[in-house]
Design a protein around this ligand. Structure first.
Ligand SMILES: Cc1cc2nc3c(=O)[nH]c(=O)nc-3n(C[C@H](O)[C@H](O)[C@H](O)COP(=O)(O)OP(=O)(O)OC[C@H]3O[C@@H](n4cnc5c(N)ncnc54)[C@H](O)[C@@H]3O)c2cc1C
Length: 394
């Protein structure tokens, strides 16, 4: 009998898993609450360069292969003991194998003033409409301070605020406002980047772009009336426009047993097999799990490949590999690491920017037809394996 696999969430990880499995003949049901898939890095270009959101969105039904049973519905709860998934519509799904790929949820209420700031200025994390609101404020800022901060050190895509700083500073330069608007990157880390190795590479580039960096700044509260942000470390920062990355938490659904979630709601998995703790028929991939690696599209994609291979019967292991791009003006670098190797030094170059632009161009195809890209990505990841490149980097 054909194995029944239910995949929850049609983000990066869920689409790759569903499309790979259906081409191997599995009976695949994919549940997604939204009509559109968003290429999330695109929010940076919407918020800081005024791009049209439609460039970064595709209907989910155009991204699934024929044969995938796509259900537009919201997951309410999962019972791992009963092997059932309850949906908002009242439907209950059962499964032989379950893949949870529900991404993160955002908490705008734990930091006082944050919800009001977000409702006023938007941000570049929570959706294209909020990124457009931020663009409205950034593009009309004639003078003053644009503050880019984070409410917590754990958020998806660690270089996202750095990219925001680079893109906004180039936009302001193009508008002739570079000397009138100060871009301030206020981060909850000891260095300009969480890894000291990459901080040494990113910091001079930020300086060149005229970005002011404040380290050890974890947002504690925001006073929207007086336009001030206070940090847990005791500092105060004035702004004219500000975007604060929200606290990232696990998906907001009920799971039985509750013990498979950690205190922030992330799903506890074996970091190599991505099996949910205590259940060998359930996997959690991408942002929603608690693996000790960065939450990025690349890790979600690689995690999906591992899980599909395991379902096919191979002893595949997730390596925790990261490849987070940092784009600056005409150049880019990648934050490269794995469970086995800390971040290696990777310099900015035009060639890496071209590679990143190629990855972006290939994004929709890599979701819809992941099998076509496997050998290309494998060659790239082998050539840039941090254990091979080592301290000398790339
Ligand atoms: C500003 C920004 C820049 C980024 N830049 C990069 C980058 O350059 N490179 C990179 O690799 N990564 C980047 N990322 C991170 C990347 O986008 C995510 O890590 C990636 O999308 C995670 O994939 P996922 O499948 O785990 O979750 P997601 O892609 O977030 O998918 C989760 C899906 O689940 C659905 N869902 C959630 N709850 C429910 C429910 N209850 N019922 C039904 N459906 C539900 C959601 O609608 C969504 O479609 C960036 C992110 C941001 C915000």
């Amino acid at each position: 009998m054909t194995e029944k696999v239910v995949v929850l969430g049609a983000g990066t990880g869920g689409l790759v898993a569903a499309n790979l499995l259906v081409s191997h003949g599995y009976d695949v049901t994919l549940v997604e609450k939204k009509d559109y898939h968003l290429f999330q890095p695109g929010m940076l270009w919407i918020a800081f360069q005024g791009h049209d959101p439609s460039k970064y969105m595709r209907r989910v039904d155009t991204l699934v292969k024929p044969g995938v049973n796509l259900l537009k519905d919201t997951v309410e709860s999962i019972d791992l003991n009963e092997r059932t998934v309850k949906l908002e519509s009242g439907k209950t799904l059962d499964y032989d194998k379950l893949i949870i790929a529900l991404g993160v949820s955002y908490d705008y209420d734990s930091v006082p003033g944050h919800r009001q700031l977000w409702e006023t200025y938007g941000d570049y994390f929570s959706g294209p409409e909020h990124a457009q609101r931020l663009w409205k404020h950034v593009s009309s800022l004639r003078e003053g301070k644009l503050v880019l901060a984070a409410a917590d050190p754990l958020y998806k895509c660690p270089p996202a605020p750095h990219k925001a700083a680079f893109l906004s500073s180039y936009t302001l330069k193009k508008m002739g406002r570079k000397d009138k608007v100060e871009v301030i990157l206020a981060l909850p880390f000891i260095h300009a980047y969480p890894s000291e190795t990459m901080a040494k590479i990113v910091e001079p580039k930020l300086e060149e772009a005229g970005v002011t960096v404040m380290t050890m700044f974890t947002v504690e509260s925001i006073d929207v009336e007086n336009k001030k942000i206070y940090s847990m470390e005791g500092e105060e920062l004035e702004y004219d426009v500000a975007a604060v990355i929200p606290i990232n938490k696990g998906p907001q659904i009920e799971i039985t047993p509750d013990s498979v979630k950690d205190e922030d709601g992330f799903i506890k998995v074996n970091k190599y097999t991505l099996e949910v703790e205590g259940f060998d028929d359930v996997y959690a991939i991408g942002d929603c799990n608690n693996t000790p690696t960065s939450k990025t599209g690349v890790t979600a994609h690689l995690g999906a490949e591992v899980v599909v291979d395991r379902i096919l019967g191979y002893d595949a292991k997730f390596t925790g590999r990261t490849n987070c791009p940092i784009v600056a003006n005409g150049t880019a670098t990648f934050v490269i690491s794995s469970y086995e190797h800390p971040v290696i030094p990777v310099k900015f170059s035009k060639f890496k920017r071209m590679l990143e632009d190629l990855f972006i161009a290939a994004y929709w195809s890599s979701l819809r037809d992941p099998e076509k890209w496997r050998s290309v990505f494998k060659a790239y990841f082998e050539a840039t394996d941090p254990t091979k490149l080592g301290e000398s980097g790339w």
